[in-house]
Design a protein around this ligand. Structure first.
Ligand SMILES: NC(=O)c1ccc[n+]([C@@H]2O[C@H](COP(=O)([O-])OP(=O)(O)OC[C@H]3O[C@@H](n4cnc5c(N)ncnc54)[C@H](O)[C@@H]3O)[C@@H](O)[C@H]2O)c1
Length: 404
């Protein structure tokens, strides 16, 4: 039986341990914090118990899976592992130390993977003796339910290690995609437009939190609006990713974090987990907790035409002009970022689309959406939006700028 060491028994580590155990692997679940470790084990026992109660596992399976997970509070005795997945705090120095320890304790044949959301795999591998074995395996939260795993190849990783990580993710019944070691990889880069453009529309007084969410749900068929999704993910987690991508992308205006979100984080309104974020969760039905400071805005005839063509081609036939404006700005930003990632060689068009559907539940892959809208129509909207805003965030990605 294969053995994996999962380092970090927090939200992600515990979820990854569950996935591996359910797919027939022995698991060493490691955390320096004994309290976290024991609550992770209790939590896993409860999860298996619940799956048995729901009839999804037999009694015997529930017990076997749980017994496969062994807790330990230090990185030691790992001679039997073929894979390690690091899921500790998002801190470069601490992660580097963990990889140095893993290299000492694990056999030289083992693949060493990081679940980092926003750090460079090559940077984590700096100081390692054999950086070629180090890759990214980026799971999504909750790991047992979300199918996507981004497999990250650093410039230092060898293809054997990357392929092995890909094959393991497949054998764990996940959907792996391949991505280059670039800021935010695929999902955390392409999704920025969904959140940040919604925040800008709110800040400009174009519409309220609830109205923007409704447009994206009802016209765009997104399962959740951008504010509902930020509240679910946690505003602090979402802001940390935006800030990290912004810094790594040389502070490009596409990624500028928004003051509204920064202020909510400062006030500890972090979303569902604290009972309030963009919505208040005090009663059964969430109530918007922020009021839109509405202001009038002008849309040039050229932009209006471009928005109509874009919306109709995107399948939105019954939206008013403000709804088209909200939809066009948010989806335009998402599609342009997908095009930019593709043009930069981060991943294939297919993997970008799969990642956005499986990692964040988009109804259609953004590049498939761009194909059905027509690249020239996408470019038309981006050019009109570029004239309309006072920064460089809507400059068309090469994929659309060069469309015939
Ligand atoms: N939470 C998410 O939604 C999410 C999604 C994808 C990826 N990630 C990434 O996964 C990683 C973990 O995130 P999380 O949300 O599970 O964090 P978490 O805070 O829930 O858990 C991190 C755990 O790491 C432990 N730890 C810290 N230093 C350690 C060390 N030296 N050795 C062993 N254990 C150590 C801590 O005690 C803590 O229990 C981060 O890199 C994060 O960016 C998080």
């Amino acid at each position: 039986m294969n053995t994996v060491a999962v380092i970090g028994a927090g939200t992600m580590g515990a979820g990854i341990a569950q996935v591996a155990a359910m797919q027939g692997w022995q698991v060493r679940l490691i955390d320096v914090n004994k309290n976290v470790l024991s609550s992770a084990i209790t939590g896993l026992q409860k999860r298996f118990h619940r799956l048995v109660e729901k009839g999804k596992l037999s009694d015997q399976e529930g017990c076997e899976f749980f017994e496969r997970i062994i807790a330990q509070d230090s990185i030691s005795d790992l001679q039997d592992i073929s894979l390690a997945i690091e899921a500790i705090v998002e801190n470069l120095d601490i992660k580097r130390k963990v990889f140095v320890a893993l290299e000492t304790m694990a056999p030289t044949s083992a693949i060493l993977a990081s679940n980092t959301s926003s750090l460079s795999i090559a940077a984590i591998a700096e100081g390692a003796k054999r950086p070629e074995r180090i890759v990214g395996m980026h799971f999504f939260n909750p790991a047992p339910l979300m199918p996507l795993v981004e497999i990250i190849a650093a410039t230092t990783s060898d293809s054997h290690s990357v392929d092995a990580a890909y094959d393991i993710a497949t054998s764990w019944k996940k959907t792996p995609v391949r991505a280059k070691d670039t800021p935010g990889f695929i999902v955390n880069r392409v999704a920025r437009g969904y959140y940040l453009e919604a925040l800008r529309l709110l800040g400009e007084g174009v519409a309220s939190v609830a109205e923007i969410d409704q447009v994206m749900r009802e016209h765009g068929n997104f399962r959740m609006g951008p504010f509902e999704l930020m509240d679910l993910v946690g505003l602090d987690v979402n802001l940390a990713v935006s800030t990290s991508v912004y810094e790594q992308m040389d502070q490009h205006p596409r990624f500028t974090p928004h003051d509204i979100q920064k202020n909510l984080v400062k006030e500890s309104h972090l979303g569902r987990k604290t009972g309030q974020g963009f919505y208040s969760y005090a009663s059964e039905t969430p109530i918007p907790a922020l009021h839109a400071d509405r202001k009038s805005f002008d849309i040039s005839p050229l932009l209006r035409d471009a928005l109509t063509v874009f919306s109709v081609k995107a399948g939105v036939t019954d939206a008013g002009s403000t709804e088209q404006y909200i939809f066009g700005r948010i989806l335009g930003a998402v599609i342009n970022e997908a095009g930019s990632a593709y043009s930069a060689g981060v991943a294939s068009a297919l993997d970008i689309d799969i990642a956005m559907q499986k990692g964040t539940n988009y109804p259609i892959g953004p590049l498939a959406w761009a194909d059905s809208i027509g690249h020239r129509n996408v470019r038309g909207l981006l050019r009109s939006l570029d004239d309309h805003v006072n920064d460089a965030r809507y400059i068309a990605a090469d994929l659309f700028a060069n469309a015939q």
